[in-house]
Design a protein around this ligand. Sequence first.
Ligand code: AMP
Ligand code: GLY
Length: 423
Amino acid sequence: MNVLLLGAGGREHALAWRLTESPLCKQLFIAPGNAGTEEFGTNLALNPNDFDALKTVVLEKNISLVVCGPEEPLVRGVQNFFKNDPALSQVRFLGPSKEAAQLEGSKAYAKVFMQEFGIPTAGYRAFTNETLSEGVDYLAISKTPIVLKADGLAAGKGVVILNDRGEAQAELKAMLDGKFGDAGSEVVIEDFLDGIEFSVFVLTDGKDFVTLPVAKDYKRIGVGDTGPNTGGMGSVSHPPFVDADMMAKVEHRVIKPTLEGIQARGLDYKGFIFIGLISVEGEPYVIEYNCRMGDPETQSVMARLNTDLMQLCLFATDSEVYRATVDIEPRQAATVVLVSGGYPGSYEKGKVITGLNDVSGSRVFHAGTKRDADGDIVTNGGRVLAVTSYGDTFQEALALSYENARKIHFKGVNYRSDIGFDL
Ligand code: AMP
Ligand code: GLY
């Protein structure tokens, strides 16, 4: 069958790789894709938030399955658009409904959900402009560090952690005052959790689930986890501290109650759930839900998925996840992300990328890349490429990714030299 994959990042390049390995996938289209996804299918110059345009190509290209990579179309209701249009009734759609995507789209919604279904997470209070003065009073007596989260989607920038109560009060006012636009019209203030983070990926049809390889990503721009947050600078699968005991806790305390909650609320959830967790003295707490796969976790996770991804997607859309099994590659995988100089602040685009053909033994996933008029591959975003490798240990995998990263050049290229430093 023909498949349409929505998105343009390294995550989508990795998904495109695995989807097209399946004998079930006839033709893959990617909207809008990047210079790398062309390797596996046809890029379509479409905005995934333009639902009418998606409908037109789905009918034109005889698409039977749509897989949504990023969160924004889901939070805006792309799944509902597909479900509610009789002309699209035969099209399978992988991704949760608008309401279910609130698990990512609204931090306050996710907190209420976790509380209701007994899922371990940091204690919190939520405030709006109407309750600003209560929020200011609450912060005056809060323990530091203080975690402030804009309720809505803020492109990974909506979380601020401060050590000073006065600064936190000012930040609360700024957020409620529109610092992150509408995303900050409600602010969640959370207890700080001190521990080590990891990412668990689940594929569900809303009832049953399978667990994909576990990963850890590195969000900060700087060595030693310093500086501002980015979309993600690297990933490792499998992080060794996530042992069988920890996974049993995650399954019983987090994944199963999450699925029970989804059913109790009648949420239409067929797709990936990315659970951001933190291990505090060996106990898992949920930091956040995402209604999609992670980037750059997907690059390492897909490397270790030895099961037909397309078949898994179809089990999810067809409510047959009870039939699914997941075969995980025993070798370890690690990903190093190459970014534009200046990212996550402002950066220039259009720098010619060289050395891609010198890479050997690793896979290079494209993110912010495009082909220019001369046919050269040029930078087109903050995160540009992700280099993913295998190894018997994650250290070996990382060493190979670094060896190959050094062969790739573009003006201003930057990457973290210490992915996996804390494992
Ligand atoms: P989020 O967007 O909710 O994933 O938060 C972004 C990052 O902020 C997380 O990856 C954590 O590193 C950090 N963070 C979020 N919530 C907490 C918390 N309650 N305690 C400590 N760190 C947190
Ligand atoms: N790497 C974190 C994310 O995809 O949100």
